[in-house]
Design a protein. Structure first.
Length: 319
């Protein structure tokens, strides 16, 4: 069996509208891992902001801080820290801007206790709050900073003018939020480090995302999937866009509409869209699917393109 590596963005992709991983999705993740495939989170979040429900889902590793921090089996295999002198320069510029910011490292998130608005914002987020540190040695932390997150209600143009050619930055969350990393950072670089470490060809990599910070990753992997709720720029470069927005078709009992079976490309270029919905044609007649074996699916129809339904978490591959 050829091992695959799958990368999942969190917000807008892995989590449903209630910011939870559906139980059926958890079962699929376990099934894929038990089958020997590698599962990674790929997020802009730092490790400190990876909630317990994500950690307990059993991922093999993490590509975090938009690719600046990569872990496999709880061991760091790659870090791309912001150069200290660039952190100093950015801090000097931010002194002239009405904003609040934090420092994100491989272990914790650090924030000035005077930044009440930012702290109150994080209090309502699903993060590990014990990792939000307000009493720290600023100089020491700046030497190991992977990402700086800025909240600014104004002076956006001034911030962008300064950071545009000095840093990698993401401005997709809200209009007031900037996520800043070292210039040569992206989720794609983190994914590349994972594949190199595992010695797995890029053709056997899959990524799922919805935001602009997923753009490089979706373009880089062998199979890039943009959620239906993704930004248009991501849909334009993705290999596939599923039929549904994230998990809006997941049923309470963990069953899914739109189960998918990816057929072996060496056998055929066709894919099967599989569903528990009886509106689909019965597969009892082998002519409907070229006589190819189908598993875990009572109904199916053939298509000539990948019709991923990511509400089923790319479930039921034939590998």
């Amino acid at each position: 069996m050829v091992k695959k590596v799958l990368f999942f963005d969190i917000d807008g992709t892995l989590l449903n509208s209630e910011l939870k991983i559906p139980e059926g999705v958890k079962k699929e993740l376990k099934r894929l891992k038990d089958a020997g495939h590698y599962l990674f989170v790929a997020s802009g979040r730092p490790l400190a902001f990876i909630s317990n429900q994500i950690i307990e889902a059993g991922f093999d590793g993490f590509v975090l801080c938009n690719g600046a921090h990569v872990e496999l089996n709880h061991k760091i295999i790659f870090e791309n820290r912001i150069p200290y002198e660039k952190v100093i320069g950015l801090m000097k510029m931010l002194e002239s801007v009405d904003c609040e910011y934090n420092y994100e490292t491989a272990t914790d998130c650090y924030i000035d206790p005077a930044y009440h608005n930012f702290i109150e914002f994080f209090k309502i987020c699903d993060i590990r709050h014990e990792k939000l540190i307000t009493n720290f040695d600023k100089e020491e932390v700046m030497h190991r900073t992977l990402k700086i997150e800025i909240s600014a209600k104004k002076d956006h143009d001034k911030i962008i003018d300064y950071i545009a050619d000095k840093f990698y930055f993401d401005h997709h969350g809200t209009a007031n939020l900037f996520e800043i990393c070292a210039l040569d950072t992206s989720k794609a670089t983190g994914v590349e480090k994972v594949l190199e470490h595992l010695n797995i060809d890029k053709d056997h990599s899959y990524a799922f995302g919805d935001g602009l910070n997923d753009l490089e990753m979706i373009k880089y992997v062998g199979h890039g999937i943009a959620m239906k709720n993704a930004v248009d720029q991501l849909k334009e470069v993705a290999d596939e866009v599923p039929a549904y927005a994230n998990w809006d078709k997941v049923q309470p009992n963990g069953k899914f509409f739109g189960y998918n079976i990816l057929l072996n490309k060496k056998t055929t270029d066709k894919y099967l869209t599989v569903a528990t919905d009886e509106t689909h044609e019965s597969i009892q007649n082998p002519s409907l699917h070229g006589g190819l074996k189908v598993v875990d699916a009572p109904f199916a129809r053939t298509t000539t393109h990948t019709a991923w339904a990511c509400d089923a978490l790319m479930a039921r591959y034939i590998w």
